[in-house]
Design a binder for this molecule. Structure first.
Ligand code: ZN
Length: 314
């Protein structure tokens, strides 16, 4: 399996960075941003090498879906197998690219169904040098939320990077199945910021957010966005909150109703915090996540990790 790849630089020594989009086939801003970035970067000015895969999961993109026709989520399939199904083969090819680089950025959105507050995230890597580099990359990217989470999650592109000690971050920017120019430009600028911080290119950081909200949460399963607030049944979801809003535990996130609206199930926040993810596509199936609340008032496990010491320098 060969992934369609753009390769830049290589004339001057420096680190090798991998940038990917389209791990999910219905996340379009990353694809547009990475192609724009490839045009914007002057190859002779790059100190090191940049490998760009704008659409990792081409079969899913052709279907306009999150996953390909084997039904496997590429972000749960890494590192894959060379002799497996299409998604397993793509995962294997992606894993080989990740293991070969010095730093990695994986761009996502909420796809057709979800909307995510713009953020950069990373795993709370056990190797301090890797963790610190990831924090630095996530801060440099410049989105309003920086989120460090459970390092034990498997199957992700970042799981491969973790095992290879390659500093890696991912980013999320809204969703809905469009190609929002604001998202594209935020991603272009974010990647340029990180490349400048890694000294691959010249330039000063232009950040939309100088003081992001930084949350590090090492509890098991933190960072797994598809498990919070599962829909208790099939139905129509009507949100009562907006992305980024603060909610208290027990407050309404919205309602789920049947065809005639006779059965209306209130969906209540199971924790206090910021609405990080909200279901956008209103028709839902039982078990699908309706939203994610990010705890901003950290419980003791988070505080003991020293999250307060993580500062993004303006
Ligand atoms: Zn994704």
């Amino acid at each position: 399996m060969e992934l369609a790849t753009l390769r830049l630089g290589g004339r001057h020594d420096g680190p090798h960075v991998l940038l990917t989009g389209g791990v999910h086939g219905d996340e379009f801003e990353p694809m547009a941003a990475l192609r724009t970035l490839a045009v914007r970067l002057a190859p002779h000015e790059i100190r090191g090498r940049i490998t760009i895969v704008p659409v990792v999961n081409e079969p899913a993109f052709r279907l306009g879906q999150r996953v390909g026709d084997d039904g496997l989520d590429l972000a749960r399939t890494c590192p894959g197998r060379p002799d497996g199904s299409t998604t397993e083969q793509i995962a294997h090819a992606l894993a080989n690219l990740i293991r070969a680089v010095d730093a990695y950025i994986d761009l996502h959105t909420g796809g057709v169904k979800l909307s995510v507050s713009p953020l950069t995230g990373y795993m709370l890597h056990p190797v301090p040098a890797v963790l610190n580099r990831q924090r630095r990359m996530a801060c440099a990217f410049g989105l309003p939320i920086v989120w460090g989470t459970d390092p034990s999650l498997e199957g992700r592109s970042l799981s491969v990077a973790r095992d290879a000690n390659v500093p890696a971050i991912y980013a999320e920017y809204l969703g809905g199945g469009g190609c929002d120019p604001n998202g594209v430009s935020a991603y272009v600028q974010g990647c340029l910021n990180v490349l400048a911080d890694l000294h691959l290119i010249d330039g000063t950081l232009a950040r939309p957010t100088d003081e992001p909200l930084v949350i590090e949460d090492q509890r098991a399963g933190s960072g797994h966005m598809q498990v919070q607030h599962p829909a208790p049944s099939d139905g129509l979801f009507e949100p009562a909150v907006t992305l980024g809003q603060q909610v208290r535990q027990g407050e309404f996130l919205g309602t789920l109703s049947d065809v005639l609206g006779h059965e209306v199930i209130p969906i209540k926040a199971d924790r206090t915090g910021l609405v990080l993810v909200l279901r956008g596509f209103a028709r839902v199936s039982a078990g699908e996540s309706l939203g994610v609340v990010l705890e901003t008032d950290p419980p003791p496990q988070i505080a003991s990790l020293g999250a307060a010491t993580v500062k993004c320098q303006p």
